[in-house]
Design a protein around this ligand. Structure first.
Ligand code: G
Ligand code: G
Ligand code: MN
Ligand code: NA
Length: 254
């Protein structure tokens, strides 16, 4: 198998697709956001999950054009949903370190927004702690440029990386996403329950919204609601699904 060679041709062969996972507001019960997650439909291997190619694409730099395709496609899709009258969702995309290092990142995002005619507030960029902590001063500069553009910023997988609270305060972010490894055991492990409750109040003290990831059960949802978590994302509500299936969810007002 020549995964790497195939990966080089996958973009022009249009083998990538995005799946979409809803983010649900715990007060209204409405879908208010959506995370775009890439999938690779390989001609022989079938659906290749991102864990099998994102790391490789980061190493060989292909993540830069692939990531640009993700942002462009996600913006266009979000505009389609807005024009279909399905409401105004915040569309999140994952950014890799390699993309963050590109000189033209902000410009390229601006171009995608303009081409889709999408208002910037409906695009959210997900960054990990390690990505922003690698070079804090540079990161703050870029985050400020992105905020000036008008997009939303979130910290993904929060709690799994290393970031000090003083830096968290300096980053102009809007949303914290609590990593699913903490959410997983909140109903059985008192330590995880305490961590999640603390992160929620920490985030609120810093005027950030909080999304709990990987919510799979009603019990987890109940705990999160009782602790004032803002939004949830996870299999309990829906797996990541195709654009068509997501449209049906929106149409049914699920
Ligand atoms: O969709 P899920 O199955 O399996 O994603 C696995 C991992 O791949 C997650 O860490 C997710 O953030 C990452 N991932 C999914 N889509 C993208 C993408 O478009 N860009 C980047 N950089 N990572 C992605
Ligand atoms: O790293 P990031 O948070 O971007 O990755 C999101 C990943 O989490 C994707 O692989 C997505 O498929 C997965 N995911 C989303 N909801 C759940 C869930 O409820 N349980 C589990 N185990 N994985 C989930
Ligand atoms: Mn993510
Ligand atoms: Na995550």
């Amino acid at each position: 198998l020549h995964i790497e060679g195939d990966l080089r041709n996958a973009l022009e062969r249009e083998e990538f697709t995005l799946h979409y996972q809803p983010q649900v507001d715990l007060r209204s019960g409405q879908i208010v956001g959506v995370e775009a997650l890439i999938r690779w439909q390989h001609p022989e291997l079938g659906m290749v999950p991102p864990v099998r190619f994102i790391g490789l694409a980061e190493e060989n730099g292909l993540i830069v054009p692939i990531g640009a395709w993700v942002i462009r496609t996600a913006c266009l899709q979000n505009k389609v949903w807005q024009e279909s009258g399905f409401g105004h969702l915040r569309m999140s995309v994952n950014l890799s370190a390699r993309q963050f290092a590109q000189e033209d990142l902000v410009d390229s995002i601006a171009v995608s927004l303009r081409e889709a005619n999408l208002a910037p507030e409906y695009l959210e960029i997900e960054l990990t702690e390690s990505l922003v902590m690698a070079d804090v001063d540079r990161a703050i500069g870029i985050l400020r440029e992105l905020k000036a553009l008008g997009v939303q910023l979130s910290i993904d997988d929060f709690g799994t990386g290393y970031s000090s609270l003083s830096y968290l305060k300096r980053f102009p972010i809007d949303v914290l996403k609590i990593d699913r490894s903490f959410v997983n055991d909140i109903t059985i492990d008192p330590d995880d329950a305490a961590i999640v409750a603390s992160v929620i109040s920490l985030a609120h003290s810093l005027r950030l919204d909080v999304i709990a990831e990987g919510v799979e059960t009603e019990e987890q949802l109940t705990y999160l609601r009782e602790h004032n978590c803002d939004q949830i994302q996870g299999y309990f509500f829906s797996r990541p699904v195709t654009a068509e299936a997501f449209s049906v969810m929106l149409k049914d007002g699920k």
